[in-house]
Ligand binder design. Structure first.
Ligand SMILES: [Cu+2]
Length: 123
């Protein structure tokens, strides 16, 4: 192996571990009809893994387009700023949040009106 090629290979192996800051889990429960905790308080610029767990027997979502748009998503995906969670399942998104106050709600029919909304404070 040529020296230059070896260096590139070594960097490729070293990068993932070195580049990933710790991202403590922030559990967020989705239930009928609300979120826990509520509100959700995060630190700006501090990586977190948000673990959305649907503890109910029906489908729910966590829709916060502005929050996800202003965050840097490190791992996981949202669908247009929304995370859909099937009954008794979890979905994780690792991100670095940006300072601000963001609304969140469940997009399922009438769930918002029944109390499924919260606020995310990134301080
Ligand atoms: Cu819901």
């Amino acid at each position: 192996m040529k020296p230059a090629l070896f260096l590139i290979a070594a960097l490729a192996f070293a990068a993932p571990g070195a580049a990933q800051p710790p991202a403590p889990a922030v559990p967020v429960q989705l239930y009928s009809f609300g979120f826990n905790p509520s509100p959700i308080v995060l630190r700006a610029g501090q990586p977190v893994t948000m673990v959305f767990t649907n503890v109910s027997g029906g489908g729910h979502s966590f829709k916060a387009p502005a929050f996800f748009a202003h965050s840097r998503i490190v791992n996981g995906t949202t669908m247009k700023g929304e995370v859909h969670v099937m009954p008794h399942r979890s979905m994780s998104v690792t991100l670095i949040p940006a300072r601000g106050t963001y609304p969140a709600h469940c997009s399922h029919f009438m769930h918002d009106q029944m109390g499924m909304h919260t606020t995310i404070y990134v301080q």
